[in-house]
Design a protein around this ligand. Sequence first.
Ligand code: NAI
Ligand code: MG
Length: 397
Amino acid sequence: MSKRTIVTLPGDGIGKAVLDETLRVLDAAGFEAEYVEGDIGWEFWRSEGNPLPQRTIDLIAEHKIALFGAITSKPKDEAFEELAPELKDKGLIYSSPIVGLRQHFGLEICARPCKTYKGNPLNFIRRGKGNDIEEPMVDVVIFRQNTEGLYGGVEWSNPNKQVYDAFMSHPKFKANFGDVPVEEVSISTRIFSKERTENILRAAFDYAKKYGYKSVTLAEKPNVIRETSGMMYKMALQMQANDYPEIELWNTNIDAQMMWLTKNPEDYGVIVAGNMFGDIVSDGFAGLIGGLGFACSAQWSLDGVAVFEPTHGSAPKYADYDTSIVNPIAMIESACMMLDFIDEKDKADKIRKAVAEVIEEGKTKTYDMMKMRGKPDVINKGAASTKQMADAIIAKL
Ligand code: NAI
Ligand code: MG
């Protein structure tokens, strides 16, 4: 069989450092692939006025599978300031290339696992009965709708007359905002489609079934956000009853869910939510298992395009260190999700086992695991560099 081709998208800041180390780990696990690098990120915004060039879209369309580091995004005005002078009069407006990728390829399913590693000094602990300290083992996978809802981009400030009139035809808008001058109105919509809501729910239930989780929890707010959350809840009830009677459906409100997060995180299995609530609840759970250095993700379309990325950003303040200090585990775990996706689960499991051994042994820890503030001198104080962490994992492999 010919080697598989993977598109690598290092992006900005620490993206390159964590991706380079991840490729070494993949190699050490015996995964054979051709890698082709795609241009994405701030550099291409500045020099070409497009952080997601068409040639990168073409590469992903051709090879389907991409490993993505991180990008830098900046507010509209700052982005404009940094554009190459010859591009400044072209009316270009910056938009995030990762959101662009999600929408272009319809990467509507996002999965974010949060699993406790034994011995991770960053694990959440709480006080139990009789004041003893408990360290609950979290094993949760969040399924987040990735393309619509509040991040769908349908929004206006000072909306035009047609839009404003349409909103004024809604009695609640009229009653609550009817006397606000139109130039003082900002609107961001939360649109859910039935088809894509069905798809994210099914992905969550299928995953729970395949991997033996006993429950799927819908973390929305159907009692208040009646149309979108309400539709999602009704569909979840029906889907569970018709197709997944062996899995329990739990319904929590997103706000209460965030409160319960620290109370009984070990009780949850698969969690499913719309775009924004999925983003929030997944960051919440990530905090319990070590934070951004450990939070991985996968996103895919139903026709098989998939992008795997750590949930952290480009951490620009650490980008230019001579020796990179950031934790590569989130990126390495994201690559394991890629291996699962392309039927190389044995190699993914091998890498996960190696990571688990390094963490449990506790000899190699990046600065975040030592609870240090990120500075160049953390290496002198005993923290492992990005490369040393990868080396330790490779040694276990
Ligand atoms: P960030 O995730 O880049 O960094 C926040 C803090 O988390 C860092 O200062 C660092 O203390 C810690 N951190 C992040 N990754 C780490 C790692 N691998 N190991 C150890 N510690 C780590 O988020 P921030 O500072 O809000 O944003 C920086 C830039 O990244 C912005 O331009 C933002 O737009 C972009 N961003 C990009 C994302 C993406 O590429 N998907 C996601 C989030 C932010
Ligand atoms: Mg987030």
